[in-house]
Design a protein around this ligand. Structure first.
Ligand SMILES: Cc1ncc(COP(=O)(O)O)c(C=O)c1O
Length: 385
């Protein structure tokens, strides 16, 4: 059997018909982007203003208010003159070694990616199918839902607990035979953590062969623990990281997965290791240096918490309800349709985030710099009079 046959067999075992498996492999192999007709609903979502038409204060997309640490920027700039080579030196290996050392996992358990969106979709494609669904919290980050729909996998949405954790027991009960359980911690859009003990329970009780994916995009902004030790213990867990948030590198595209090599192997069925080998070098170098800046990471987190505390104090003073958060975002409840309030803020030059379907009166607000949050509070005062 060649690799293609092998991959087809894998899809058939996961419940795809022979015809569907051929279609998917054909689509992926040919690099054709569209597998189904029309634009799916999740892809039509309006996340904010068009590129180039941004408000003065941008606190709608969970980006960092500032760029990479200057020391990391300098390292990135230096490598540009060697960028004629795919690999001028050991940049990718250095990245893997650095992250592996920090997280206490073997080096072969770390893979870098151009951002975390690609591996997130890949993980869904690798572990979900018409027979093996995706279980997610609701509300949560919706990207994997769309990929699962594309793959013909059932998406089971389970409400958060009253204190906004992932309800792991309800998630398992809702689909005891899923291919993938998606935990976003801190969760987007609530910014709330799900304790590692809850994740451990899910890992211990889930069906054999299924995977628990822990998306830790916002972990550095919190004081929460990583699920990486579960990977070190050899569990069926994939930890997903991005440099788009606290590290201020959203436009540079760098992410990472931490997982057993056999799980990573399942994500590489259609392009070898290319996407995690040939990466934007300035981003890789920038990320490696940034990871080692413990004091700067703590300082940036403290800066965000100060701006968030300032904002929460103002909201409390004005009697506006919000969900306390462990990350650089929070949900505010306006008590009226959020889309209208979002438009009012935009008219005042402040771009806040959207609402999530189950919560039509709530907007997600990203914590920006202190100046951004002062502008948000000033706009709120005007809007509320
Ligand atoms: C929870 C979560 N995961 C993954 C991503 C993807 O980010 P990126 O592709 O920039 O790494 C985002 C982006 O906002 C996110 O909020």
């Amino acid at each position: 059997m060649n690799d293609q046959d092998d991959a087809q067999q894998d899809l058939i075992q996961r419940g795809y018909s022979r015809r569907d498996a051929a279609r998917i492999l054909g689509v992926l192999g040919a690099g054709v982007a569209v597998a189904t007709a029309g634009t799916p609903v999740w892809a039509q979502r309006n996340d904010g203003p068009e590129e180039g038409n941004f408000p003065k204060v941008r606190i709608g997309s969970n980006e960092c208010w500032t760029g990479p640490f200057p020391v990391a920027q300098a390292a990135a700039a230096k490598i540009v003159s060697h960028a004629n080579f795919y690999h001028p030196g050991t940049e990718v290996t250095d990245f893997k070694k650095t992250l592996a050392t920090i997280e206490g996992v073997p080096v072969d358990h770390v893979l870098p990616w151009p951002g975390s969106s690609d591996p997130l979709s890949r993980i869904v494609v690798a572990f979900c199918s018409p027979q093996k669904g995706l279980v997610t919290a609701d509300v949560s980050y919706e990207q994997p839902w769309g990929t699962a729909e594309w793959a013909g996998a059932k998406v089971t949405k389970v409400p958060l607990t009253p204190d906004y954790r992932h309800d792991v027991k309800a998630m398992l009960a809702a689909n005891p035979d899923a291919g993938l359980y998606y935990i976003c911690s801190p969760n987007n859009p609530t910014g709330t953590l799900t304790p590692v003990a809850d994740i451990e329970w899910l890992v211990a009780n889930k069906p054999a062969g299924s995977i628990v994916l822990v998306d830790e995009a916002y972990l550095h902004f919190s004081h929460g623990q990583s699920a990486a030790p579960l990977v070190a213990q050899g569990k069926d867990v994939i930890v997903l990281r991005t440099f788009s948030k606290l590290f201020g590198m959203a436009g540079m595209r760098l992410g990472a997965t931490i997982a057993r090599p056999d799980l990573h192997g399942r994500m590489m069925r259609y392009d070898g290791k290319r996407m995690s080998t040939n990466l934007p070098l300035p981003s890789v170098v920038c990320g490696t240096v940034a990871l080692t800046q413990k004091a700067l990471i703590e300082q940036r987190r403290a800066e965000m918490i100060a701006a968030r505390d300032f904002t929460f104090a103002h909201l409390t003073k004005r009697g506006v309800k919000f969900i306390p958060s462990d990350a650089n975002m929070f949900m505010v409840d306006w008590g009226k349709p959020a889309a209208g309030v979002q438009a009012q803020f935009l008219a005042a030059g402040v771009g806040i985030g959207r609402n999530w379907a189950p919560w039509p009166t709530m907007s997600r607000v990203t914590v920006g710099s202190m100046a951004d949050m002062q502008a948000f509070c000033a706009a709120l005062d005007k809007i509320m009079v």
